[in-house]
Design a protein around this ligand. Sequence first.
Ligand code: NCD
Length: 310
Amino acid sequence: MGIKENEVRNLIKITDLSVEEIDELIGIANDIIADPEAYIDICHGKIMATLFFEPSTRTRLSFTSAMMSLGGQVLGFSEAASSSAAKGESVSDTVRTVGAYSDIIAMRHPKEGAPLIASERTTVPIINAGDGGHFHPTQTLTDLLTISEVKGHLGDMTIGLCGDLCFGRTVHSLIEAMMRYENVRFVLISPRELRIPKYMRELMDSNGAEWKEVERMEDVMSELDILYMTRVQRERFFNEEDYVRLKDSYILDMDKLADAKEDLAILHPLPRVNEIAVEVDDDPRAKYFDQVLYGRYIRMALILRLLGIK
Ligand code: NCD
């Protein structure tokens, strides 16, 4: 469901927004960046609930900061243990309840599909802030704003996605989003065990996307316009041994960047564990901390649109 007038508006997966609606959100984010003062009271009297059944730093706090920067207020919880989920309450009942206390809900849950179910139980807009290994549409909005600011456009580029492509939900949403732009190639860099899931392969093929898989980042570095690094998703592994074996599969350092383009942009949704050496942070191509800031502005834009505030 997209952000049409007079309709309950949710963001469950990135394709709930058309390319035009994403352009519009990027435009609003740019207006906010240019003149944040103009927005400080626009959500006065509105309440956002952040329901986080899984850990988070950036996503939860950027939603909080975004709503506060718009003059709204925020309530919620940051772990399932401090909510009635710990007593056995269902997601449906929790969301029905919180819908009575808030105007918009951002929700993160370890189970794929939980935000979709939640959206059927309340008339308040639901934003998926990450559902298991599935999707993370607001990280993708952040990534799209970052790419658009850094490159000046969203098509005509080769994007390398590196790390845990199996469980990394940010990767799945970013591919779904970028597939809709002209002349985008994907280079999927992962160990065999962490390759992109079948449903994503089928999606890329049915959309005619151009993509290839490799195991070594050095082999493809010179082709890339964007390098999107990701963490190995420890919490989704069935056993610790496999995690320990795979966790340091890729460590981006200055040596590995030897053949990279001058205008490569290095992105990472964060948190970083070991996959980017700290020495890379000082390279002008490192854009992952800019990405953090863009996450706040695009979430401000999203809140405004989902609340129907002009
Ligand atoms: C990502 C997530 O939660 O999927 N983090 C984030 O929201 N910025 C990436 C990750 O946890 O590895």
